[in-house]
Design a protein around this ligand. Structure first.
Ligand SMILES: *Cc1c(COP(=O)(O)O)cnc(C)c1O
Length: 418
């Protein structure tokens, strides 16, 4: 239950409800696989972040999960939105969020993406390379106003997380390297450049970071640099880890905030300290619900339980070797005494959802199985591999469910084909 969305509740017959909606009813109504998001949970995390850091200081990293309804919800809660591509910017603007509430990211923004961001008037652009400064100068030369800019700095800090999501070390594609002098050169150039309104510096050390000390270390490096610059804004990234399995525990947003507050305590009170959380806002707000299609016991080896999704709706196990729990939402409190490898339906042996899962006894064809903590980097990283249509996404709150992204159809799968 600790891993489930805030409003999770076991009904008298042992079935899970979230947001006042029974998961088995949602599965019959909308089909599986199904992403179920607890709207109240997302709002609570957004409010916790605003309460800790202040309004206009919290920027939701949309790549964790983005659709029109999500952009609106996040905007309603008063967070800014971080977009890293033209497509993310388009989605957020399509949702009706003003460009002035958006922050533009990306290590390789194209001239078109920069033109889009500058002509729409995003709040600021986080500039990542000297080439990007050249592009902004060229665009400014065509008459676009000089954007507000933060420079992304690579502080040279290693964090303990998966290699693919470490971003603050010297050997990184992101940002201006502090240790080799690039950061200072970029700051000098940006200050001298009339095409850029330099307002601050930025860092992001990685994602799914569990040890708050890592944030303290990176913040110290950034604060030391920032203190010499006389700029108004400092962004200290996102990256707070969340617990995916029963064995894991992660700091809360409040604990993370207190680490950052201590790290920035010596800065002038007027400093605008911003953060960009993605995962910790949305990851544990959702579960994915699947239906079991095949149970294959291989004597002396193991049992394979195959569900109707897999790496197309959750690529994290394949990408990062991430662990998940799995449970039956019709008997959410049941013991899980048996072991099984829970796999997807894709044509890959690597299509494993949970490598060695504890499962309830006698898992049968037609049972529902659900994985908690799939709200971040699941749907957003999904694909239509094997031409498996993408699942529907449902928001639930106060006993009401609504489809925010409809299930893909076979027709959708060929709509780009000429
Ligand atoms: C991904 C990303 C974030 C959010 O990271 P989480 O680990 O999801 O909190 C914040 N800032 C930048 C620049 C990012 O790339």
């Amino acid at each position: 239950m600790r891993l489930l969305p805030d409003s999770s509740h076991a009904e008298s017959d042992g079935a899970l409800s979230v947001g006042g909606c029974r998961i088995d009813s949602l599965a019959s109504q909308y089909g599986t696989p199904l992403f179920v998001y607890d709207e109240t949970h997302i709002r609570a995390r957004a409010r916790e972040a605003i309460a800790e850091f202040g309004s206009d200081r919290v920027i939701y990293a949309t790549k964790a999960f983005l659709c029109t309804a999500m952009a609106r919800l996040i905007h309603e809660e008063g967070l800014l939105l971080d977009v890293a591509t033209g497509g993310e910017l388009f989605t957020v603007l399509h949702a009706g969020v003003p460009a002035s509430r958006c922050v533009m990211h990306g290590n390789n923004k194209s001239i078109e993406e920069l033109r889009y961001a500058m002509s729409e008037g995003v709040r600021h652009i986080v500039v990542d390379s000297f080439d990007e400064i050249d592009r902004i100068e060229a665009l400014h030369g065509t008459g676009l106003p000089a954007p507000r800019v933060q420079l992304r700095i690579t502080p040279g800090v290693h964090v303990h997380t998966h290699e693919f999501v470490q971003t603050g070390q010297d050997d990184s594609k992101f940002g201006f390297n502090l240790n080799n002098g690039d950061a200072l050169r970029a700051i000098e150039r940006a200050r001298a450049c009339t095409a850029i309104d330099l307002v601050g510096i930025h860092c992001h050390i990685g994602s799914n970071v569990f040890d708050a000390e890592n944030f303290a270390k990176a913040s110290e490096v950034m604060v030391n640099l920032f203190a010499t610059l006389d700029l108004p804004e400092l962004t200290l990234g996102g990256g707070l880890g969340v617990a995916y399995t029963e064995a894991e525990t992660a700091p809360t947003i409040t604990q993370w905030a207190s680490v950052l507050r201590s790290a920035t305590a010596a800065l002038p009170a007027s400093t605008i300290v911003m953060v960009e959380p993605g995962r910790c806002i949305v990851a544990s707000s959702a579960i994915t619900v699947y239906t079991v299609g095949t149970v294959k016991p291989i004597a002396g080896i193991r049992t394979y339980v195959a569900i109707d999704g897999g790496m197309s709706d959750n690529p994290r196990p394949v990408l990062y070797g991430s662990g998940y729990e799995v449970f039956d939402p019709q008997r959410v409190l049941a013991d899980r005494p048996e072991r099984a490898r829970v796999v997807g339906k894709h044509c890959e042996s690597g299509d494993v959802l949970v490598n060695d899962a504890s499962v309830p006894s006698d898992v049968c064809i037609g049972d529902l199985l659900a994985t908690p903590v799939t709200g971040a980097y699941g749907y957003s990283m999904g694909s239509t591999y094997n031409k498996v249509p993408r699942p529907a996404v449902v928001f639930v709150a106060d006993g009401v469910s609504r489809v925010v992204v409809r299930r893909e159809t076979y027709d959708d799968l060929v709509r780009l084909d000429q």
